[in-house]
Design a protein around this ligand. Structure first.
Ligand SMILES: [Mg+2]
Ligand SMILES: [Zn+2]
Length: 226
């Protein structure tokens, strides 16, 4: 008997080469308005939930089309992603997208792969008011006091550890708590550096062919002792 591999894959800076929220802010909001909020998120002075909410409150809802077109035009999906999606599908690996990004850009970017992605967990947006309002359908459970907004650890915990071998793929601060409770971590950038500092085992990636390579090594680790 073996455990099924389930992947919790980040979106911004992982599937896409850059962080789309930061790119939106750089393009549509004056730096003196958005930069202090982002700095506070990294300094942990404001929670991810409150920070992302505050950032999008700086964007007028009437700019919906411009903002959406901008993201869809400039976002680049990281090399190898289509092969990675196909590999997971063929190997019966569950592929979940767990993202603190927003539905209005994640869903269209992932549309070409949607059939082979098991589920997308992300935040939602409401453009009906004066400014963009972010809605959080996946809040923290009682085990998490980070105020994530979209709580990756809550989702990871909801998968039974006796049945699933849990793999986190990510790049940044929003992936760290998940990395601490995963069975395996595939990381780049801030997440890789922080895992190294904290002594959390990880495999480095720069494209999704590296991720496939890492998964082939995990498949042998998922056998459950009889
Ligand atoms: Mg990210
Ligand atoms: Zn949380």
């Amino acid at each position: 008997m073996s455990k099924q591999i389930v992947i919790f894959c980040d979106f911004d800076g992982t599937i896409t080469e850059k962080d789309n929220i930061i790119d939106i802010m750089r393009t549509f909001v004056p730096e003196e308005q958005w930069k202090p909020i982002v700095d506070d998120i990294f300094a942990k002075k404001t929670s991810l939930r409150a920070g992302v909410y505050a950032l999008f409150q700086l964007v007028p809802s009437v700019q919906r089309k411009e903002v959406t077109d901008f993201v869809l035009n400039q976002a680049r999906v990281r090399e190898g992603f289509v092969d990675f999606v196909n590999y997971c599908y063929e190997q019966n690996i569950q592929l979940l997208i767990t993202s603190n990004g927003i539905d209005f850009f994640i869903e269209p970017i992932l549309a070409p792969y949607a059939e082979k992605i098991n589920k997308i967990y992300c935040n939602q947006s409401d453009f009906s008011g004066k400014n963009v309002e972010i809605i959080y359908p996946h809040p923290c459970d009682k085990h998490c006091n980070v105020d994530c907004g979209m709580c990756k650890t809550t989702i990871i915990r909801s998968y039974d550890s006796n049945r699933y071998f849990k793999v986190v793929i990510g790049d940044s601060i929003t992936d760290l708590e998940g990395a601490k409770i995963a069975d395996a971590v595939i990381a780049r950038d801030y997440l890789a550096n922080t895992c190294k500092e904290l002594g959390i085992d990880y495999q480095a990636f720069s494209n999704f062919h590296d991720c496939i390579q890492a998964l082939t090594t995990f498949i042998t680790q998922t056998e459950v002792p009889q």
